[in-house]
Design a protein around this ligand. Structure first.
Ligand code: ARG
Length: 493
């Protein structure tokens, strides 16, 4: 239909298929119909097309809206869904009337608007999935404020902490991810319609009116930017990729901790798979897939950046090839978050093993050094050397941390300082105790149970606020959609 004037009809099916976006366009079908509706209402209001023609076109669009994408011919030679919709409208009216549908608009502004409209709903869904994951993490944290576990640096046991403290760390990062997505959503929430091909139009259109009908508060003013910009997509994929990188860090720890070597969590059977040959195997497949998806998202981000890099303004068909990367980024992230959320709702820590790991690895050495500073008046650097020497001896003599006493500490003092110190056995034991150590870590944001409870409450409030915002945004979109349909129905009666 498009090639009637300038070009010969396409003869090579493979080439049509290669350059068409039809397959990916199914995702933007509904917004495309809505955009056409809003555009026609505006054209009629501005008397750019006659009311009767507008009514006939809206009748066809309404029928299409009711029948869904199945009513369309999705042949690749039509190039894309925009042309398929126009073809449907022309068939339902006639060339004389339906041929007016594309007055003062282009596929360039239309596709940019449709992507943004699809994306704003998708982003709300991803945000909701993130918030649910955070909710499950803090619910688990709440049950584990006294579950002692080793904290790691360099993947070497460092200091004792609690499982709650660890879970809240991940939850805090996920909350920032949710906020990044929220900002991406704001950036996507401006309407490009009216930019037409790139330079607007000489028809007296009302851009703000179309934007409002589609539930946008703002328009993208510069018409070149409106059709040529995809930074909102880059920002979205970037925020999604960061979020998946955060997911992969949690997932990787679950894989590690579920191994016999760590043995600190029990992976519920429904999140594991076995081997086709090794009967004993229980593989952490959900966590593995989630870990892998961070790689895929990184690929999507790099791919999208590469499409945009050095692309001249404004619209280039290259942009069409970026869109599927965006949808894949959304789908993979949403599903990963949902799966991880279920997993975190079911995972079981092994508190005895966690504690054992913390206590058998000299994790309280820092606390003992701090005690030497407080109780024996040592400078921290001296205390550090003394405790380090005690640990070195114990390691050399294969002595378990539990078997150490004040005598071992005094021996190290004599070696390092040339004299003993005044510290009681009780003070030594208290500093050496993982639970007491954690309880003493009352630093703002630290692992002490009463401190972590504060962090949990704060996170819970933050999640509630953001859930409210997500619901309000979803309601505003739904309201605009209902209102548009009502306007259309009034005009086609
Ligand atoms: N199929 C295109 C896309 O997805 C729509 C815009 C096409 N514009 C054009 N001038 N060929 O980006």
């Amino acid at each position: 239909m498009l090639r009637r004037g300038r070009l010969k009809p396409p003869t090579d099916e493979m080439i049509s298929e290669y350059t068409s976006s039809m397959r990916a366009d199914v995702r933007i079908f509904k917004p495309v119909v809505q955009i056409n509706m809003a555009h026609i209402i505006m054209l009629a209001e501005r008397r750019i097309i006659p009311e009767e023609d507008a009514a006939a076109i809206l009748r066809a669009l309404h029928e299409l809206h009711e029948r869904g994408v199945e009513a369309l011919e999705l042949r690749p030679e039509l190039e894309d869904i925009h042309m398929a919709v126009e073809k449907f409208v022309i068939a339902a009216t006639d060339e004389e009337v339906g041929g007016k549908l594309h007055t003062a608009k282009s596929r360039n502004d239309q596709v940019a608007a449709a992507i943004r409209m699809t994306l704003r709903k998708d982003l709300l869904e991803v945000q909701a999935a993130l918030l649910e994951l955070i909710g499950n993490l803090i619910a688990l944290a709440e049950k584990n404020t006294r579950t002692i576990m080793p904290g790691y640096t360099h993947l070497q046991v460092a200091e004792p902490t609690t499982f709650a403290h660890y879970l809240v760390a991940h939850a805090s990062a996920f909350l920032r991810d949710a906020d990044r997505l929220s900002h991406a959503l704001e950036q996507a929430s401006s309407c490009p319609m009216g930019a037409c091909a790139l330079a607007g139009t000489s028809f007296p259109i009302d851009r703000m009116r179309v934007a409002r009908l589609l539930g946008f508060k703002h328009i993208l003013e510069n018409t070149i930017d409106a059709v040529g910009g995809r930074d909102f997509a880059l920002q979205t994929i970037s925020a999604l990729a960061i979020s998946m990188v955060n997911v992969s860090r949690l997932a990787d720890e679950l894989v590690l901790w579920g191994s016999a070597e760590f043995d600190m969590i029990e992976m519920p059977d429904e999140f594991a798979a076995t081997s086709s040959i090794m009967p004993q195997k229980k593989n952490p497949v959900v966590a593995e897939i989630a870990r892998a998806k961070a790689g895929r998202l990184t690929g999507n981000l790099v791919g999208a950046l590469a499409v945009m890099k050095a692309l001249p303004q404004s619209y280039n068909l290259d942009l069409q090839d970026l869109t599927p990367l965006l949808w894949d980024a959304i789908d993979q992230t949403r599903d990963s978050l949902k799966a991880m959320s279920k997993l975190m709702g079911a995972i079981e820590p092994k508190p005895e093993v966690m504690r054992e790991r913390a206590e058998m690895s000299f994790a309280t050495a820092t606390e003992l050094a701090d005690t030497l500073v407080r109780r024996a008046g040592l400078a921290f650097r001296d205390a550090h050397a003394v405790v380090g020497r005690m640990v070195a001896r114990a390691v050399k003599e294969h002595k378990s941390p539990r078997a150490l006493s004040i005598e071992d500490l005094q021996a190290a003092c004599r070696e390092i300082l040339g004299k003993g110190i005044s510290l009681t056995e009780k003070e030594f034991k208290e500093a050496w105790d993982a639970e007491k150590c954690v309880e003493a870590r009352g630093t703002l944001g630290g692992p002490a149970p009463k401190v972590i409870k504060g962090q949990i409450n704060q996170l819970r409030r933050a999640v509630k606020n953001r859930e409210k915002l997500v619901r309000a945004r979803a309601r505003a979109i739904a309201k605009a959609e209902t209102k548009l349909l009502k306007d259309v129905r009034r005009r086609v009666r």
